[in-house]
Design a protein around this ligand. Structure first.
Ligand code: ATP
Ligand code: MG
Length: 360
């Protein structure tokens, strides 16, 4: 069986370092591993509209921002198909058929959707489109017969929902769809990177992000004013590293080489943590180190982005070519789905003969 990747992002803002460690970095590694037959990366504009219906301009503006972030991180259009969701109408049709295989109560149980509804104050007035977006995500994944979906852990309930839809579809209509698997970062800190404000998730919608495109100075300012252990008031106080975003970021980003270069007096992160816990290590020193680490990760991304920013028409060409290629693949799957559901009336010679027979 082919090994196929599908994943994507909502064009609701520029991409941030949570996206980078949660999914983007992995995608580039998988792309360069040569182990996959096809890789599709989707800019999920239709999904972004489910909670931004009154602000299509925001979505429209951010499509190219997300594409620039992809290219800046090293996604290579020669190896990876980058597509825009709404340019593939087959996805909408698949969603419509899958809706019949999912109950309202099943959607209501989805923990990610539940917390997103709360975050957006949608409790009293959830748009139907937003409520059903896990179904549209199942359409996106299955349209490309994806086997592997590299995502952060907030997406696990969506993959589970997709697997249920695939099971149900195949059981009712015969083997047609492929069951996908989530591919999570192996580093725990990367599963759901917290915000700079210490909130559980760095998220475009919460404004607690370090963006991949932030300037060197912006990154420095954000890091120096980051939330840490609120009880670590004086340098000599013992500090808490569990749940402390500065240390979580170090878990996610720092390497042995970073210590050798910027903090050679420590053997590595464990020693730095031990010192912080013991007391005698100030937040400013740790933050300065984190800033060096982040700048060294972000500098090459920022540079590559600048090159692509000079050729925006070429970026749109990449999106157009990717969307056209993706549409052909999705159309093929949709034809199979229609065939399996027996809603391919004009292609079904047996049906026409059978009906004709009835009236003989
Ligand atoms: P929005 O607030 O509009 O939902 P978002 O920041 O949650 O935006 P998405 O486009 O929904 O971003 O998510 C894209 C991908 O990035 C998903 O695979 C998601 O799991 C991953 N991701 C998003 N935020 C984080 C994070 N803080 N840590 C790790 N992975 C993340
Ligand atoms: Mg999200």
């Amino acid at each position: 069986m082919s090994k196929i990747i599908l994943t994507g992002d909502r064009p609701t803002g520029r991409l941030h370092v949570g996206h980078y460690v949660g999914s983007l970095k992995r995608r580039v590694e998988l792309q360069d591993s040569g182990e996959f037959d096809d890789i599709y990366i989707m800019i999920a504009d239709a999904q972004a509209l489910t909670d931004n219906a009154d602000n299509p301009e925001k979505v429209r503006q951010n499509i190219v921002e997300v594409a620039l972030d992809y290219l800046a991180c090293g996604l290579d259009p020669k190896k990876t198909t980058i597509l825009i969701q709404s340019m593939i109408p087959e996805l909408t049709e698949l969603s419509f058929y899958y809706m019949n295989l999912v109950t309202v109560s099943r959607l209501q149980r989805n923990p990610t959707v539940k917390s997103e509804i709360q975050m957006r104050n949608f409790e009293a007035s959830i748009p139907v489109g937003f409520f059903t977006y896990p179904i549209s995500q199942a359409a996106d994944i299955t349209a490309f017969k994806a086997t592997t979906v590299p995502v952060g852990d907030d997406q696990l309930p969506m993959i589970e929902q997709t697997r249920e839809i695939v099971h149900k579809f195949n059981a009712v209509y015969g083997d047609t769809l492929v069951e996908p698997e989530a591919f999570l970062p192996d580093n725990k800190a990367c599963l759901r990177l917290p915000g700079t404000d210490g909130k559980a998730k760095m998220s475009k919608s919460l404004g607690n992000c370090i963006y991949l495109a932030d300037t060197e100075e912006d990154v420095r300012k954000k890091i120096m004013s980051m939330f840490t252990d609120p009880n670590h008031l004086r340098v000599e106080d013992p500090g808490e590293v569990e749940g402390n975003p500065v240390f979580i970021y170090l878990d996610a980003f720092s390497t042995k080489e970073h210590f050798e270069e910027y903090l050679p007096e420590y053997d590595g992160l464990e020693e730095l943590k031990a010192h912080y816990k013991r007391g005698g290590l100030g937040d400013v020193k740790v933050k300065k180190f984190l800033n060096n680490v982040m700048q060294s990760v972000l500098a090459p991304i920022r540079e590559r982005r600048k090159v692509w920013e000079k050729d925006i028409p070429a970026v749109y060409e990449i999106l157009k070519a990717g969307s056209e290629k993706a549409e052909k693949v999705a159309a093929h799957t949709l034809a199979e789905v229609r065939g399996a559901m027996k809603i391919n009336y004009f292609e079904d010679g047996a049906l026409i003969r059978e009906q004709a027979e009835k009236y003989k």
